[in-house]
Write a protein that binds this ligand. Structure first.
Ligand code: SF4
Length: 359
């Protein structure tokens, strides 16, 4: 495990709490307001040649709007690749901040807007470059592999950026070259990869506040209530949860499993925003949210990321009207962050792997 001092961990928890305290739940819109906002957004997107790219965890209204307007719904890297490949001048990224940054790094000539710049991620908050860089410097014998849920600065300090669906293959590949790994920031995902590959991995100590709240005991109880259900879990969940799961995978792998398995019922341990896509693709199957620690959980909005929830039609409209919340990544930093991202993309095409996964 990592050698991060305990006072640093406490500071991270305070920082996460401070960011959580600033989250604002979007206003509830009436159906006429909803229709009005959608009309205005669609008109503006046409006028400005803009495209909406939304994450699976955002509100179903945004996911539908993205698909209705030739935009895209997916995981962070697919979102960024779509943004790069499409001919829009403006990308509106509905997700959390690091997704906007990744989109900008891969599409430097496009304007990247976000409904809010306050939407962040506990993994990103708990892995500040000021702390991460010295940690890397202290372990120069290790290949630095970071998860996509990191700032541009942390990506720039890494050798590889990975998403959850390619992380195992990349670490396995590096292990085959005799390399030792420094992994950041998600400890549960790092642990899962370490257990699966047997690689020598030094782990940063951070977690996703949503996945960390899934509880194995509650999951066991739920399994007895739904004995025919398959349990699908994202590897950011704690080890005890993963040990009970039938399928462990990224968002895209979870969606695929729900289509391919013959079960009619699924208990799903990931953000409940994904249920919109799951239900859309399998309308006759039943999807159940995996149990969390309850209302007192640190996620505050259990099984739903409070930062993802900040993306809404009204914040998106404001951003489009006023050009607010533009993402900027300074040139040298963007170039440095592009290198490990490109390394992953090239590795994926050489291995004929789809680069898909959760943000
Ligand atoms: S769900 Fe977890 S990993 Fe995803 S953005 Fe929210 S805090 Fe970060």
């Amino acid at each position: 495990m990592s050698s991060i001092p305990s006072n640093q961990l406490a500071a991270d928890q305070v920082a996460v709490r401070q960011f959580l305290d600033r989250t604002v739940a979007p206003a509830q819109l009436s159906s006429s307001e909803l229709a009005d906002y959608k009309d205005r957004i669609i008109r503006l997107m046409q006028e400005k040649n803009a495209r909406l790219v939304a994450h699976y965890y955002t509100d179903s209204v945004l996911q539908d709007l993205a698909e209705e307007t030739r935009g895209f719904v997916g995981d962070s890297l697919e979102m960024a690749r779509f943004g790069h490949d499409c001919d829009a001048e403006i990308l509106v990224v509905a997700g959390v901040r690091f997704m906007g940054e990744t989109a900008k790094i891969l599409s430097p000539n496009k304007t990247v807007l976000m409904p809010t710049l306050e939407a962040t991620c506990s993994l990103d908050i708990a892995c500040r470059i000021e702390d991460f860089a010295p940690f890397c410097d202290a372990h120069l014998d290790r290949e630095v592999v970071v998860y996509a849920n990191t700032s541009a600065a942390v990506k720039a300090r890494s050798d590889w950026v990975v998403t959850s669906s390619i992380a195992l293959e990349v670490v396995d590949h590096l292990m085959g070259q005799g390399k030792k790994i420094l992994w950041a920031p998600d400890k549960h995902l790092g642990n899962y990869i370490q257990r699966t590959t047997g690689a020598d991995m030094l782990l940063w100590d951070a977690a996703c506040i949503v996945h960390e709240e899934f509880k194995s005991r509650g999951l066991q109880d739920m399994r007895s209530l739904y004995p025919e259900a398959a349990i699908l879990a994202h590897p950011e969940s704690p080890q005890a949860v993963l040990e009970i799961a039938d399928v462990i995978g990224s968002t895209t792998q979870i969606i695929k499993a729900s289509q391919n398995l013959s079960n009619d019922e699924f208990i799903v341990a990931t953000d409940r925003g994904i249920f919109h896509k799951l239900q859309q693709l399998s309308p006759n199957k039943k999807f159940i949210v995996a149990p969390t620690a309850g209302e007192d959980a640190t996620c505050r909005s259990c099984a739903h990321c409070p930062w993802m929830a900040m993306n809404s039609l009204d914040t998106m409209l404001r951003s489009l009207e006023q050009g607010d919340n533009e993402i900027q990544v300074e040139g040298e930093l963007a170039e440095a962050a592009m290198r490990p991202l490109t390394r992953m993309l090239n590795f994926a095409s050489e291995q004929h792997l789809a680069v898909k996964g959760k943000a």
